[in-house]
Design a protein around this ligand. Structure first.
Ligand code: GLY
Length: 306
């Protein structure tokens, strides 16, 4: 059974991903095709072109992917001036004896690979950044970030400050699994800040033998708990995707940190059974099997403490 599942903003790429699965293509190709479309979407301010910038107004992208057939992985972080972060992650996976390339090296590899340069800061994203910087308190970065995080992140009037990120998991006709994540990261982040998205095991993980999982949300928490890997390992020990996600949610809720549980997770097992969880009631994910005419948006289960 083929399946594509991901965060709700992945929907803009589902036609591309499904076309690959319907042609008998691979899960990893479907993941990349789906995410590539999201990276090109200027209306998504959490991924690729149009993403919100760091404190200095530079858009920095992080992405990673994993091929569940081989456990091969590739990732890039703090990539500037190239929107195709997920394609570059694949280049790392396929052509280098490394798994993660950051900053200037990532930009150099993108240029060498022929990926087009682009100013990723759209006029709309720049206007949002300027407005936020203008109404922030003066002073040291740390104080400003604390104030901004406290004021903005819980404010329903300012949804653009929420964490975004796109993640996608695919299962192809051969039963192969793959996962991928791409993000512009935490808006107004400290330059060079890297979250969970390019860290395999934190932001996503795929292993044909057991399952796959991928996260969005506050990446520091998924990094502390290696959330994606922990969900896959739980399926290894016989838990259903729903039960594995419940355990991961309990671990997140037990963290003694502000916003600790603001992580959203999608997961599948090797047979394509799937689940999704969030702390935020009403948050959704999207999924589609090849025989379905269009994707279905479904509410995620809400995390509960253990
Ligand atoms: N999960 C995306 C980030 O924290 O950057």
């Amino acid at each position: 059974m083929t399946l594509l599942i991901g965060s709700a903003n992945a929907r803009v790429g589902f036609d591309d991903g499904l076309a690959i699965l319907r042609d008998g293509g691979s899960a990893i190709d479907a993941v990349i095709a789906t995410i590539r479309r999201v990276e090109a979407n200027p209306d998504d301010h959490s991924v690729g072109y149009g993403g919100l910038p760091n404190l200095l107004g530079d858009v920095e992208l992080d992405a990673s992917l994993m091929d569940g057939r081989t456990l091969a992985t590739g990732a890039v972080a703090a990539l500037k001036n190239h929107q195709d972060a997920i394609d570059l992650a694949r280049t790392v996976m396929d052509t280098l004896p490394h798994v993660l390339i950051v900053g200037d090296g990532a930009r150099m590899l993108a240029a060498e690979s022929g990926l087009p340069e682009r100013n990723l800061l759209t006029p709309e994203a720049e206007a949002i950044w300027r407005a936020r910087m203008a109404d922030g308190a003066e002073g040291a970065y740390q104080r400003r970030m604390r104030e901004l995080a406290a004021r903005l992140s819980r404010d329903p009037e300012r949804p653009l400050d929420a964490h975004g990120t796109v993640n996608v998991i695919a299962r192809d006709r051969e039963g192969n699994l793959a996962s991928g994540v791409s993000t512009s990261g935490w808006a107004w982040k400290y330059p060079g800040r890297v979250g969970d998205s390019p860290i395999i095991g934190a932001g996503n993980y795929a292993d044909n033998r057991w399952g796959a999982a991928a996260c969005t949300g506050r990446g520091a928490m998924a990094r502390r708990l290696r959330t994606a890997h922990s969900v896959v390992i739980a399926t290894r020990f016989g838990l259903s995707p729903d039960d594995a996600l419940t355990v991961a949610g309990q671990d997140l809720l037990a963290l003694d940190a502000p916003y600790a549980s603001d992580v959203n997770i999608v997961a599948i097992d090797r047979d394509g059974n799937h689940g999704a969880i969030s702390k935020v009631p009403g948050k959704t994910c999207v999924f589609q099997r090849e025989e379905m005419p269009s994707f279905v948006e479904r509410k995620r289960r809400v995390m509960t403490a253990g």
